[in-house]
Design a protein around this ligand. Structure first.
Ligand SMILES: Cc1ncc(COP(=O)(O)O)c(C=O)c1O
Length: 442
């Protein structure tokens, strides 16, 4: 839920888009904007890629959409094969949706259906984490630990159990810094035991937290530790890779980096790279089996699930990324890009942390580097920085609330995987200028 760059902008104040080319967008007044965050980490191949556009046009020329429950299609079948292969062979089925929230919604429902198929109807509850974002539909919002976005809907959300975020920069107060993983695994186990393992269906988390944390990769060993706890109590693991997946962090699955495979995984933003809306929910064989034998089919799906032109777009995007070895580029260049961001911002005392993986980088701002105290929420620092960057022709993704749901200022950088070196340098120059201007303004 991007608030636009600068919360002060009314919709009528927004520039009117004219066209995009590669890493740049152009408005009708002739201003250019370098896409330093792919909007909210969406545009992994930049804009108007001719090969993606011609794949979509070719699909539209034959048929835009053949209703998924009446027809299959070459685009859907080839995309499913590609996705299952790129995900490392740990999933059996792919269910498509139109966005990330729907993909999460399907993941939650598949977890419930799995236990229903096994006759375990008491396993109905979810465990999720504070400082997380899983989407705007009621189910996805229910498992989201994001106070500001939940407030208006409290009372109608599912009864979800929340555990601590896995954030090495902001560990729980009573946790020794080098015992974070053990602390979090014990907390999760305690929560399962307190609720009663027979009532808990799944634990959902973002392997790298996006908008709710300002790019927070879990500490090494965390993914394996929580997977072991969940396995012990017959609780499914749902990895929400809507933002961090599809190669954003340098591996197709973010959890590939941790050597861990979840039971269910979601992906969306980078799947079709924003050319046409598309999300997907991937299901491991051990979850698919009882559903298939007992119910015959997944009880989730929407009118536009598996939209043919969207599948054609995603197939083209994924083929280009693979052919041009762009994930290798994201891995290699991502590390030096992050280092350059860190170096360029080091002179600002208010830059508390620069972190992330691949082309998914977060910068956190603090009032005091030592105590890590955040700026007051009403200062709106991250949005001020975002607004200044935008006026200077750079799109970055300002986020707030990462500390306690209200305070905390972060900026996310998530450039296209094929952004050129000079464009990455321009991102750093313009971000540094925006940070300098905002901090000088007090
Ligand atoms: C991790 C994560 N999950 C789910 C969603 C919801 O996706 P969408 O906005 O496409 O519905 C988002 C969106 O930002 C996200 O970052």
């Amino acid at each position: 839920m991007a608030r636009g760059v600068g919360s002060g902008f009314g919709l009528s104040d927004l520039p009117r888009i004219a066209y995009g080319r590669g890493s740049y967008l152009y408005d009708q007044a002739g201003n250019a904007y370098l896409d330093g965050s792919g909007g909210p980490a969406v545009f992994c191949l930049g804009h108007a890629h001719p090969e993606v556009n011609s794949a979509i046009a070719a699909q539209l020329d034959s048929i835009a959409y053949a209703y998924r429950y009446l027809f299959t299609s070459a685009a859907l079948e080839s995309l499913s094969e590609a996705v299952l292969r790129l995900a490392g062979g740990c999933f059996k089925d792919v269910l498509y949706s139109a966005d990330g929230s729907e993909a999460v919604e399907s993941a939650l429902k598949i977890a419930l259906q799995y236990f229903a198929a096994r006759g375990l109807m008491k396993k109905r509850r979810f465990i999720a984490r504070h400082r997380s974002w899983h989407g705007n539909t009621l189910g996805a919002l229910s498992v989201s630990g994001f106070a500001a976005r939940r407030r208006a809907f409290e009372g109608s959300l599912l009864d979800v159990i929340f555990v601590s975020a896995a954030n090495a920069y902001r560990p729980p107060r009573d946790c020794e810094p080098d015992a974070l993983v053990e602390y979090l695994a014990a907390e999760l186990e305690g929560s399962i035991l307190e609720a009663g393992p027979e009532t808990v269906a799944a634990f959902i988390y973002e392997p790298i937290v996006g908008a709710a944390g300002g790019v927070v990769p879990a500490p090494p060993g965390y993914a394996a530790a929580v997977a072991a706890v969940c396995r012990k109590y017959d609780v499914l693991v749902i990895a929400d890779e809507v933002m961090c997946g599809a190669g954003r962090s340098g591996t197709w699955r973010a959890l590939e980096h941790d050597g861990v495979a979840p039971d269910i995984m979601t992906v969306a933003k980078g799947l079709a790279g924003g050319y046409i809306p598309l999300g997907a929910t991937l299901v491991a064989p051990q979850v698919a089996a009882p559903i298939s034998s007992d119910h015959g089919a997944y009880m989730t799906g929407h009118t536009f699930s598996g939209h043919t032109a969207a599948c054609a777009a995603a197939l083209a995007v994924q083929r280009i990324i693979e052919r041009d070895r762009l994930l290798e580029r994201v891995r290699q260049v991502g590390a030096s890009f992050q280092e350059s961001v860190r170096r360029s911002l080091a002179r600002f005392e208010e830059v508390g942390d620069v972190r992330g993986r691949g082309f998914f980088i977060g910068v956190e701002f603090v009032r005091d580097r030592k105590t890590r105290v955040p700026f007051a929420a009403d200062r709106g620092l991250s949005f001020d920085i975002g607004q200044r960057a935008f006026a200077d022709g750079l799109i970055c993704y300002p986020c707030s609330g990462n500390v306690d749901g209200i305070t905390g200022d972060t900026i996310i950088l998530a450039p296209p995987y094929n952004a050129r070196d000079a464009e990455l340098e321009e991102i750093i120059v313009k971000l540094t200028r925006a940070v300098s201007g905002a901090l000088a303004a007090g």
